[in-house]
Design a protein around this ligand. Sequence first.
Ligand SMILES: [Zn+2]
Length: 388
Amino acid sequence: MTALCPLCGSARHEQIYHQKALPLVSNTVYGTASEAIACAKEPVILHLCRQCGLVFNPSFDSSKIAYDTHYDNRRDSSPRYRRYLDELTTTLKNAYGLTRKNVLEVGCGQGDFLRLFTQVSESSGAGYDPAYQGPEQFGATSFVRAPFVPGRQTTPYNTLILRHVLEHIEQPGLFVQAALDSLVTADDVSVVVEVPCFAWILDAGAYWDIAYEHCNYFTRESLSFLFDQAGIEVMDVQNVFEGQYLLAVGKARQRSRLPHAFCQRPVPQKEFEHALCPKLRTFEQKRASITHQLGQFDQFTIWGVAGKGVTFVNLLDQDQLDKIPFLIDMNPNKQRKYCPGTDKLIVPPSVLAGETQVRVILLMNPIYYDEITEQTNTFGNTYHLLVP
Ligand SMILES: [Zn+2]
């Protein structure tokens, strides 16, 4: 178990959360129910650092997780998500002047964002991801199916993008510093980071957003601390995606011009002692209210079998699980496969149209409410859509 905070190195951290064993990876599905049930699991433990405010899993072991082509977190089949990528691209281009850049995106997934961004902002770049499965070249942008390993780059990248990466990295601050150190450029480097917002998770009581795969949970303060520590001047940290994510944009000065590579600015105590910790109670309240709600139905299904849905299903009681005939996801690569940790088959939404039992649908992310309502309206039945 890590004795020191992975961001600031402080020994002043304490346990704030403990959850039973959950699947190590949420975005890998299985061909049979027995394989899915037997997937590797570990308890999820969270500590809070009293020096920098980072919330982290001290027993996280990255060597247990394989990010390969079986890992599939694409959401491009959702119009709402595609609209978000459009909004993000516009924000980066118009509000932060990110045009005609040479972009390095680490953890680009299937490259949806990088393709869109480089096209709209007239930029070029490269995306790295061990799960990437598309073509190697898209216009002036190339894709590499491999993890990014910090080391001297031959291309002069001047923009570093890390979307939904730092919550998976054991030493997030050192990782960002190493990535920046490896860029050869005469310019300052723009840095764009997007991570889930821990304050949003607590406000929503969204205990299903806490999974093994995510070893770090950030607030505005701890993300700003990470930027400071890596020598990145914070331009802005804002909530995006209806509050669910934090988007931080900054400028990393040329590495040789940095006065110091390590900053020890403590985060005010009140941030986590008075604001965050009491909110952990919302998890229990939420769980009780969901148990009460689901108790009223004989059958229900869950729409959305990504990180949130997988954790949610794994935390249901057996009598609640018995009421679920199947799970729903729009990602064709997940359909007809089994949800990690369970014997539940994932089916496409269209299955609802042809069956007569399920009328209650739990939506794992409220942001997709409108588009899911639109789809279910075409199935010829009346559904009760619930947002946990
Ligand atoms: Zn710390």
